[in-house]
Design a protein around this ligand. Sequence first.
Ligand code: PFF
Length: 407
Amino acid sequence: MAMAGSAVGLGNIWRFPYMVGEHGGAAFVIVYIACCLLVSLPIFFSESIIGKTTRTDTFGALEFLAPKAKNVGYVAILASFIILSFYSVVGGWSFNYLIRSLGGSFNGLGMEQAREVFAGVGSSPVESVSCMLVFLGLTAMIVVAGVDKGIGRFSKISIPVLFVMVVLIAWVSLRLPGAGKGVEYLVKPDFSKLDAPAIAAALGQSFFSLSLGVGSILTYSSYMKEEDNVLQAGAWTALFDTLFAIIAGFAIMPAVFAAGIEPAAGPSLVFETLPVIFSRMGVVLPIIFFLAILIAALSSSISMLEVVVAWLVDQKGMRRSYAVLAVFAAAAALGSACAVVPRVFSSCDFFSSNVLMMIGALAFALIVGWKMPREEVLRHVRFEFVYSLIRYVAPIMIVAIAVTNLL
Ligand code: PFF
């Protein structure tokens, strides 16, 4: 559940549905699934094997398995920290919007007003920083309670609830008059749109969506029990994450089309278009929607914070509570900069997803594919072809997308 929580996040809600529509509907979904199976899942297994065999934090694990590459551990930890900082800004907006929808302030909202509200939230430093701090504070409270009592308990309760909420929104959305166009946007296959950038986008999205390359999966796997199965954990997480993304698509796009609005991606979809649409359907739906986003974001942010906390606890001997406090303070500083200066936000996003995550993912695949004893790896992945995917396909594809995205 915790791994599924890490995977299911803002990436599923605000990027996936738009990407599907833009890059050829069902054709893109097929490519996305192929990317998951051939590249992202093997990387997931690699991270998981590293975590499960070393039973320590990201840095310690790499130092143990590949001392020469140990500094890549810092790269992954830094990536987690940076993503946590800018992700918390968006988490803060979700919190802000949840409070607003609880106060009924979206009633009768028009598109123009929605833009003004969002511009106001984004440009008011006090509002965006304080909401970011609330979100980061919630993240810290869950993580400080421990792996079982905090992260585990939160995930076990919130992920099923989240799933029910999104299915409910999809059900409402699909019954709207004119919803058919949104369904068509998502499912109609258009293979002519599958160019190299579309494939690179699918791969990049599946990386981000499965939280790869930053040590989250590694750290969570270090808490696995001996009898837990790496293959099963990965397969379930990827299946749930993809299913959730598709259902989120059916929750969002039919409503967007039914309202006669052009689909968008990113902040403007979640914080401008959707409040307008969902507020037309009563006071309860916006509340459910923003609560769902908040939970999805929290279940991901706790996994980023845990990466850094595990490192401070295991390597620096810090007490868990102090470690959480230290990372909270540092992420609050960078998060404030992200909240106030849009350029800082977008640079953090770009640098972590296109550079740091890729370096981490490449290192994890190479260590498991080329450094660990073959029998040891096969004991976890069982199938020879999965081992070959880790050894050859994953590293080559990571380099290929990194180059495509950076060019
Ligand atoms: N998987 C999350 C999403 O799709 O929103 C993002 C994420 C979570 C990235 C955790 C990295 C991470 F460590």
